[in-house]
Design a protein around this ligand. Structure first.
Ligand SMILES: [Zn+2]
Length: 276
């Protein structure tokens, strides 16, 4: 059976993690649910993003609480502006000593530094976590349909190889919960983008019950790109969680009808006790 992420709980905060990576103990990682926060009302229960209308002070407090699970702080957190592009920030010692923590035009981050916590936010989009345990080096990518069609996950793999001498045979990839193919009906813009994508053969668009309707499979499409890039099938950990279907656990931009909703956060960082 392929390894799956599972819901676990620490410090009274439920979150998703991959048991295999917990056991390996090279990196810390997690993906939040909507549960466990300071907010009032369901929508604001554990909002970790600044775009959902929650009081920014509460968001900061929620971020502190989430990061505290691993003994980390918001000042340790590096993230991208998330513009649905393919910009990747490499976090080295220079970036850590500088004060900048949010990188413009960036949807993915990579680091081999133990001081940096890489974070990304989503409310239906897919977050993809990367680990090459022998270096070790970690990464995180935010992939909605745009980033998927533009191959953001392939770009992360390239940079891990190019800048860190990561071995494709050893790179492991875990996906977070995202909107599933059950709910992700897409229109002409997405269909066209899939056809124009350099990875068009890897894109998974399932026809719906009604003629002309298509459902985009974010996880399968990104999984196919990763396979094409040489990641071993046994190192790609996917899951069946759908953020739109499961109202109890997840925020969903689609479910909210395009209005503001909360955001989940995914984080990954290298532990001090890792290899080397
Ligand atoms: Zn669904």
């Amino acid at each position: 059976m392929q390894e799956k992420i599972r819901l676990t709980e620490r410090e009274k905060i439920p979150f998703f993690s991959l048991p295999l990576w917990e056991k390996m103990n090279i990196c810390g990682h997690g993906f939040s649910s909507r549960l466990g926060g300071t907010g009032v009302g369901k929508n604001f229960s554990f909002d970790l993003g600044f775009k959902g209308g929650e009081d920014p002070l509460k968001v900061v407090e929620n971020r502190e609480r989430f990061l505290a699970i691993w003994g980390k702080k918001t000042t340790d957190l590096f993230c991208g502006e998330q513009v649905h592009g393919t910009g990747v920030a490499i976090i080295g010692s220079e970036e850590i000593s500088a004060s900048k923590r949010v990188f413009p035009a960036t949807d993915a981050l990579i680091t081999a530094e133990r001081e940096a916590v890489l974070g990304a936010f989503s409310a239906d989009c897919l977050l993809v976590f990367f680990l090459e345990p022998s270096i070790p080096v970690v990464g995180i990518a935010h992939a909605g349909w745009r980033g998927t069609c533009k191959g953001i996950v392939a770009r992360v793999v390239h940079l891990m190889k190019e800048k860190f001498a990561a071995d494709c045979q050893k790179i492991q990839v875990s996906m977070g919960p995202s909107i599933g193919p059950c709910c992700y009906e897409v229109g002409d813009e997405v269909i066209e983008s899939c056809h124009l994508s350099p990875w068009k053969k890897e894109m998974v668009l399932n026809p719906g019950g009604t003629a002309g309707r298509y459902y985009f499979d974010l996880k399968a499409s990104n999984g196919n790109i990763l396979l094409k890039e040489g990641i071993k099938p046994k190192h790609i950990f996917t899951n069946d969680f759908c953020t739109k279907c499961d109202d109890n656990l997840f925020y969903s931009y689609r479910r909210a009808g395009g209005t503001a909703t909360g955001s989940h956060m995914g984080i990954i960082f290298l532990r001090n006790c890792g290899v080397r």
